[in-house]
Design a protein around this ligand. Structure first.
Ligand code: HEM
Length: 182
């Protein structure tokens, strides 16, 4: 959520994005530690655990063609899609910056250059949509398994609430992508 909010500031232009958004983040104390322990390792753990349960679950979509049975599969497929998107995305940003440190001075220009390619833009739109659906549906199932939403009514209402959150995040993410194209 923070990352999408951060990137939605692309609409203020390159100077604001490079100095106020990226510049501020790059000067954070203990940045490499935060990147490894707060971003990379939790994502890798989540991906590894996700791949493990992917092989152990069963859903008979043909016999029980219910909405949430469809979402059960969407959750798993989106997980794989996000993993592939992240490999490409982190490669095109964080890893690329390691080879070419000058990009750091103008990450806005770098994203502008990348997103002007329709293939890369499509990859970002798909990666973004998969991520927000995965988050919304993941929070919905988490509320059930943690005993927060127990009744069918509360599960139905929370589903609308979490899908609303997904839609909001999708709009903010698309707004951010749009800002880089200006
Ligand atoms: C859709 C619009 C998005 C844009 C414009 C965008 C942009 C960026 C940029 C510019 C960086 C490099 C930051 C730096 O090197 O300081 C970055 C890093 C990263 N992004 Fe995104 N991103 C987007 C979506 C996502 C999504 C949906 C995810 C997660 C599912 C994600 C995960 C990451 C990760 C893990 C990093 C590496 C962070 C680090 O180690 O510093 N991004 N992104």
């Amino acid at each position: 959520m923070f990352h999408l909010w951060e990137n939605s500031q692309s609409r203020f232009g390159s100077e604001h994005y490079n100095i106020k958004v990226v510049g501020w983040l790059q000067e954070l104390n203990y940045l490499p530690f935060l990147e490894i322990f707060v971003i990379a390792l939790p994502i890798l753990f989540h991906a590894g655990y996700g791949l493990h349960i992917l092989t152990s679950g069963k859903s008979e979509l043909r016999r029980f063609p219910f909405l949430h049975n469809g979402f059960y599969w969407l959750q798993r497929l989106s997980g794989i899609g996000i993993l592939l998107f992240l490999l490409a995305h982190v490669g095109m940003t964080r890893i690329w910056v390691m080879w070419e440190p000058s990009i750091k001075q103008d990450l806005f220009g770098h994203m502008h250059m990348l997103l002007n390619d329709p293939w890369i833009l499509s990859l970002y739109v798909i990666g973004l949509l998969l991520s927000v659906i995965h988050l919304g549906n993941g929070l919905w199932t988490m509320a059930i398994s943690w005993g927060v939403t127990v009744t069918p009514r509360s599960q139905q209402l929370s589903f609308y609430a979490f899908m609303g959150l997904s839609l909001l995040l999708a709009a903010m993410g698309l707004h951010g992508l749009w800002g880089f194209l200006q």
